[in-house]
Design a protein around this ligand. Structure first.
Ligand code: ATR
Length: 272
């Protein structure tokens, strides 16, 4: 791809961003469709200055990651209603010097899970009560699913469940629940702690589908145990892919080249 005077610029703002997979994924997608667009990683500490910079330079859009997903909200001109409920924004669109914020994490989770499970009316056990669980929880409710939250720290489970308006259980009691899918939105099993599992292996038979948001490694201990229990498994690459695909579609108005994006991500992720 040639970068010239008409190239439209996108990027990710966060700190740190040096290890982000988004630049390679989005640039591969732009190239696949022959778009004169480029995507860079911007390590940002001063979010207000960075957002003024985006507008002043005519940067078309950006991904937002840790630690700016919440702080960015107070600088927006408009916000998507679901992103507002979640209280976190991971996608910016810059139009006529105005900033619009959205959240595609929940869209990514819904698309990944929705390929296998009909979300409306389904019962989903959601493990975790951090930022990822919050985005996924609101997204599942948006799709009409019935969510139960389980988390190691009960106070956090209760607080998230109150915000979602759904039931919660202590993590120890979660193995008694049955549902259409189990979603791990904790960091348990992520490298280097690959021997950890967030849910008892023997209780996985209660769920026909198990999804993990951890993508390093791709085959977590949870997913390996779920395969043994004959569950359909959805690995962490899928949510990562679909949240990026949703960003691509928001920025370009075109259908994302999923195969290219998936292959790019897959080539970057550590294999066993
Ligand atoms: P994120 O923004 O990615 O969701 P987070 O806000 O730090 O990250 O949340 C991490 C989640 O993983 C929390 O639900 C956390 O449980 P606690 O609320 O009890 O801390 C969960 N988690 C992390 N390590 C865990 C472990 N060893 N066992 C069980 N849950 C764990």
């Amino acid at each position: 791809m040639t970068i010239d005077a008409k190239t439209e610029l996108y990027g990710i703002i966060g700190n740190p961003v040096a290890h982000s997979l988004s630049p390679l994924m989005h640039n591969a997608a732009f190239a696949a469709l022959g778009l004169n667009k480029a995507y860079l990683a911007f390590p940002v500490t001063d979010i207000a200055a960075a957002l003024n910079g985006l507008k002043a330079l005519g940067i078309r859009g950006a991904s937002v990651t840790i630690p700016h997903k919440q702080a960015v909200i107070s600088y927006l001109d408009t916000i998507d209603p679901v992103a507002e409920k979640i209280g976190a924004v991971n996608t910016l669109v810059v139009r006529d010097s105005a900033l619009h914020g959205l959240n595609t994490d929940w869209i990514g989770a819904n698309r990944a899970l929705g390929k296998i499970v009909r979300l409306k009316g389904s019962h989903i056990l959601l493990l975790g009560a951090g930022g990822s669980a919050r985005a996924i929880g609101f997204g599942l409710l948006e799709a009409g699913a019935k969510v139960t939250v389980a988390n190691r720290t009960s106070e956090k489970a209760a607080a998230l469940a109150a915000d979602l308006g759904c039931p919660w259980v202590p993590l120890e009691a979660a193995s008694k629940i049955e549902g259409d899918a189990l979603v791990n939105a904790t960091s348990v099993g992520m490298a280097p702690h690959t021997d950890q599992i967030p849910f008892p292996a023997k209780a996985l038979i209660n769920f026909p589908v198990v999804m993990d948001i951890v993508y390093s490694p791709l085959e977590t201990k949870l997913l390996a145990a779920a395969r043994v229990a004959r569950c359909t498994v959805i690995d962490g690459l899928e949510m990562l892919l679909y949240q990026g695909a949703a960003q691509f579609e928001i920025w370009t108005g075109m259908t994302a080249p999923l195969a290219v994006m998936r292959q790019t991500l897959f080539s970057l992720l550590p294999k066993p």
